[in-house]
Ligand binder design. Structure first.
Ligand code: M6R
Length: 610
């Protein structure tokens, strides 16, 4: 997590850095800070709070200069305080450092430095880097020598870093180094930007160089110099990232993104379904039909909401394509000694394309020589670039920390994958066409599901003070229950548990009482009567029930305390519509409780630390 951006060029750095930080705030928003080289040395301004608070503080300041670095923090080491905010400097303020990542051996390094008499001002791992960098740069005379010294200095660090360093000795230079945390160089007409991701540079340029692990470089207004010149650091063109579209008629990004879902699902399908064809075109996967025919197992690996999308696909691929699937948390898979056969396809799923665990799992499986692909939203992200192929979600930027439209776009792309494998494995042309036709109708049903917002708001207000909620579903609605519970927890801070509906009698039913509502996802399906029995079991214990049911189902309304209707869609497509009321419920519960829906406490949009 954490966002970093540096600028050196002919313009004032301050406003470029603040604008960049605003676009990176989704990576963390505990504190923000800037350092700029001025005539008198390095000037640092930093504080706990949002980028907007820092901007306000800077309004009256004289901070000025054309070379600077900045940071927006998601706290790892040390609390959310002014002192722990980046940039960090050495005691004499010879250098300033911003860092994204985690230095695992910081305690040992700190102890060694303390023995030499160094006094630290913060509890962060990053301050250790500032101290080491200052010492490493003491004797160097040229920027080239400085990159060599920084390379030696970072070799002492264990962990991950995207680093920007300013040195008083080189007033027009930013030094950068990367290992495990994303960093790119933006080449603008008026100068250079070095940032955690393309969103921070896209207002200035679409020309970037992706900085690779192990790279160290120096950037000044005239150009850039990589230490490892033998590497191919080619300039790439990025898609314009529209971060400034604003909220339009909406109050929050989460709300806007929920309403974008009919369009984002359409966008995910675009170009993959050709008229009169019964098999989707997935050329980005970079797998031939012959290779696909050999695949006898898929492992999906992901975190959070992306993991839940994969769980839905497990039902789809096994039922429709007859292909065995496993879904693994990336944080577990990366360290597991799990045998992966030569005919297994590994698919990493990630909205951001930067999730550290997912990236690490992908790298590990690649290292083992496995066939690894990815489903990613952010174009040019690390996972997208490191997988041997894959599909983009084309959902547009998702800014709300709670993932909404990325989930339904992931489902759309996963359903394409399911239909592809179903056809490859012998499912008829007629069935393939039918599946794709139904899939293309989904945006209309999602739009209809969103029209129940007002009723959902009333229900959310009714239950806003509860301490715990259960989310129960079966079949493909079980992962939707998990996703509903995750959404509620992260934005409203109400504890919630997702469970397979029938499993609740093996433990969670002990939680049921008149203060603990259960959301029971039970649209009409082959399992309808079974889930109705689970609903009765909860009612028998005085538990309030909010049912998610198919439009027109009056029977369920007689049993449940509240009903939220969803459009009638074939069983296998239900997750697309049943997740919508759960997103809206969490959104309205959060609003009713006065929570910051777009920036929930303790979270960050992109989890780039382990
Ligand atoms: O960017 P990714 O899809 O890899 O992110 C994975 C999770 O961090 C993410 O889904 C997280 O759980 C969301 N905040 C959930 O709304």
């Amino acid at each position: 997590m954490c966002g970093i951006v540096g600028y050196v060029g002919s313009k004032e750095a301050r406003s470029i850095l603040l604008e960049g930080l605003q676009t990176l705030e989704y990576r963390g928003y505990d504190s923000a800070g800037v350092a700029v080289i001025q005539a008198g040395g390095i000037e640092v301004k930093k504080r706990a709070g949002r980028v907007a608070d820092l901007a306000k503080e800077l309004e009256g300041s004289t901070l000025s200069g054309t070379c600077g670095i900045s940071h927006t923090r998601w706290a790892t080491h040390g609390g959310v305080t002014n002192a722990n905010a980046h940039p960090h400097t050495d005691e004499a303020r010879e250098v300033a450092v911003v860092h994204n990542g985690v230095i695992e051996n910081h305690a040992a390094l700190r102890t060694t430095l303390e023995k030499e008499g160094v006094e630290f001002a913060s509890e962060t791992d990053t301050e250790v880097i500032a101290m080491l960098a200052a010492r490493a740069l003491r004797k160097v005379r040229t920027a080239k020598e400085a990159t060599v010294a920084i390379s030696k200095m970072v070799s002492k660090l264990t962990g991950t870093y995207g680093l920007l360093i300013l040195s008083k000795k080189f007033p027009d230079t930013i030094f950068a180094a990367r290992l495990g945390s994303p960093l790119l160089l933006g080449i603008a007409k008026h100068g250079y930007l070095v940032a955690s991701d393309a969103t921070a540079v896209s207002a200035h340029t679409d020309q970037v160089i992706y900085i690779e692990d192990g790279d160290v470089l120096a950037v000044n207004p005239k150009g850039y110099q990589f230490l490892k010149t033998e590497r191919n650091h080619s300039v790439e063109q990025i898609e314009k990232v529209e971060m400034s579209e604003g909220l339009g008629k909406f109050t929050h990004y989460m709300q806007k993104e929920m309403y974008e879902q009919p369009a984002s699902i359409t966008s995910a399908l675009r170009g993959h379904i050709l008229k009169n064809e019964a098999i989707p075109r997935l050329s980005g996967m970079n797998i031939t039909d012959e290779q696909a025919g050999q695949i006898d197992r898929i492992i999906f690996t992901a975190c959070g909401t992306s993991y839940h999308a994969a769980l839905v696909a497990e039902y789809w691929l096994e039922e429709i394509a007859g292909l065995p699937v496993e879904v693994e948390y990336a944080s577990e898979l990366r360290y597991r000694k799990s045998p992966v056969g030569d005919n297994t396809l590994v698919v990493a799923i990630s909205q951001s394309g930067e999730t550290a665990d997912t990236l690490a799992a992908l790298r590990e499986l690649k290292r083992q020589g496995k066939l690894v692909r990815a489903l990613v939203n952010v174009v040019g992200s690390s996972i997208a670039r490191e997988a041997g192929g894959g599909l983009y979600l084309h959902a547009g930027p998702e800014i709300g920390v709670a993932s909404t439209k990325a989930f339904t776009s992931q489902l759309a792309v996963l359903f394409l994958l399911t239909t592809y494998f179903a056809r490859i494995r012998g499912v008829s042309k007629a069935k393939g066409k039918e599946l794709l036709k139904e899939l293309q109708n989904i945006p209309v049903h999602v739009k209809k599901a969103l029209t129940y917002e007002h009723e959902i708001e009333t229900i959310a207000e009714r239950y806003q003070d509860v301490h715990t909620m259960l989310y129960l579903g079966r079949g493909t609605n079980y992962p939707v229950a998990l996703e509903g519970a995750l959404k509620l927890k992260e934005v409203s801070y109400i504890h919630a548990e997702g469970y397979p509906a029938a499993e609740m009698k093996h433990g969670p039913i002990a939680l049921v009482d008149k203060e603990t509502p259960s959301v029971i996802i039970n649209p009409r399906s082959a399992l309808y009567d079974k889930v109705m029995s689970n609903l009765e079991e909860i009612k028998a214990r005085n538990g309030p029930v909010i049912a998610i049911a198919t439009e027109g189902d009056r029977a369920i309304a007689k049993k449940a305390d509240q009903v939220i209707y969803v459009p009638d869609v074939p069983d296998i497509f239900q997750p697309f519509v049943t997740v919508i009321p759960l997103q809206l419920l969490s959104y309205h519960a959060a609003l009713a409780r006065g929570c910051d829906v777009d920036k929930p406490r303790n979270l960050a949009k992109s989890v780039t630390v382990e």
